[in-house]
Each structure stands twice: as C-alpha cells, then as structure tokens.
Design a binder for this molecule. Sequence first.
Ligand SMILES: C[S@@+](CC[C@H](N)C(=O)[O-])C[C@H]1O[C@@H](n2cnc3c(N)ncnc32)[C@H](O)[C@@H]1O
Length: 250
Amino acid sequence: MLPTLARRAIEAYSDPGDLVLDPMCGIGTTLVESIHAGREAVGTELEPRWATLARANIKHAQDQGARSSAHVIEGDARQLPRLLATRAPVDLILTSPPYACEVADVSTANLVSGVGPIRRVDTTNYSADKTNLGHARGRAYIAAMAEVYEACAAVLKPGGYLVLVTKDMRSGGTLHNLSGDTITLCENLGLNYWQRIIGMLATVRDSEILMRPSFWQTLHARRMRARGERAHVVAHEDVLVFRKPNPPSA
Ligand SMILES: C[S@@+](CC[C@H](N)C(=O)[O-])C[C@H]1O[C@@H](n2cnc3c(N)ncnc32)[C@H](O)[C@@H]1O
C-alpha cells in the first residue's frame, strides 16, 4: 500500500491513541504509518520473511521518532481472534488484501536481457508457499477472504471501521471485479458499506498530473493494445470503507 494512502486512511478513520490492525501486514506499511500518527498498531502476517521486515521497519520508524508501539504476530489472518487474544477489540482495521493476481518483484537482469521470466519466482504471489492466499483463485479465493473478513468483523469494535484497498486488475484480458466481490463479502457479514474512495496512482510534476500505474498493469494494457484490443491501463485503487454496526441499544 502507498504510505500516503495508509496515512490518510488512519487519520480519517481513527483517533490518536486508538489501536490499528493490519491482518495481512506484509512489510508493515500500515503499522509504520499508524505509529507515526500516534496510534498503537498490531499486524498479523503469514510469512516469517515479511514479518521480519515489518519488525525492522517498525524499529526504523521508532528510531526516527515514532513514539507508539507496534507488534507483529506471525499467523493466519483467519485465526485473528485467537492470534490477537486480549489485544482485541481494535478501533480500525486497514489492509490491502492479496489481489488474486500474479504480483511479483521484477527480475531486472531478465528484463534487460529479454531471456527468462520477468517475474522473480521466489516473490511471485508473496511466497512459494501455496497456502499463502496470494495463490488462491476464483471460488477458493472468495471463500478464504470471506473467512478473513469474518475474523476481522469479530475483532473490530462496534462502530469501528474496516478499510480495504483493492484494485480491479486485468488478467487474461478481462477485468477482475475485486472491488465488487469485496463489497458483497463484507455486506454479507453484516458490515455497513460506508464509503468508496478512488485513490489515483499518480503524481504531480510541474503542475501536471502524471499517471503512475503498476508495471504489471501497464504491461497487460500494452500487450492488449498491441493485439488491437481497446483497453486502458488501470491507474487507480478502490478504497472501500465498511463500518461495524453498533448493537441495538436496550
Ligand atoms: C497485498 S500484501 C499486503 C501488504 C500490506 N497489508 C499493505 O497494505 O502494505 C498481502 C499480504 O498478505 C499476506 N498473506 C497471505 N495470506 C495470508 C494469511 N492467510 N494470513 C495472513 N497474511 C497473509 C501475504 O504474505 C502478503 O504479505
């Protein structure tokens, strides 16, 4: 997730001193921005490799002056109530879930030579471990994410917000309706659909807006256009906000 986007979401949907959770925290962007903004933070992450980097990023933020604390717990986000134990309930949940795409680091050497895969195999879908939800597709992906969001709803305090950053991406030509699927999943859990914000992947240079779409999406769009198909590159992310209803008062 872009740090600026995380910071804006944290400031908009929580107060200083609140506890912010990222259930799939990756290298810890949400946690770092939370402690810089005076919130407490906790993250869960399946991969020890990313959890270790998240802890290093938290320490770096604290060395730079962030005063709040953040903890990373290794484990499956579908087990949040057990993993968080007495840390729950949390005030805000902010994450960018796995996208059901072939996300990976770029092998610069292969890109330059034109030989071999452009994707770095060890980083494709976040891990070589097939239980990582980065590998889940179709119905398996929907079923797994339903469990993750159910666990999120269980640890979120009533009235608290769940903010999900998703992107409708192309694979195999068509657009994957990830935002629509995510809204359906969360509404089915009884969460209120609160807000949809478009986060442009862009920067301003000399007072002009320059698009900065992802490398992979640019590649897809270029290949489609080379085949004569009419397609634009996806240059935004959907910030989907849900709210856990308060229980009806007695
Ligand atoms: C898109 S990244 C999220 C990065 C981070 N949330 C952010 O916004 O910067 C998705 C992360 O989910 C992790 N992941 C996948 N399956 C998981 C699971 N079952 N439980 C916890 N984390 C998981 C992946 O290892 C990866 O780090």
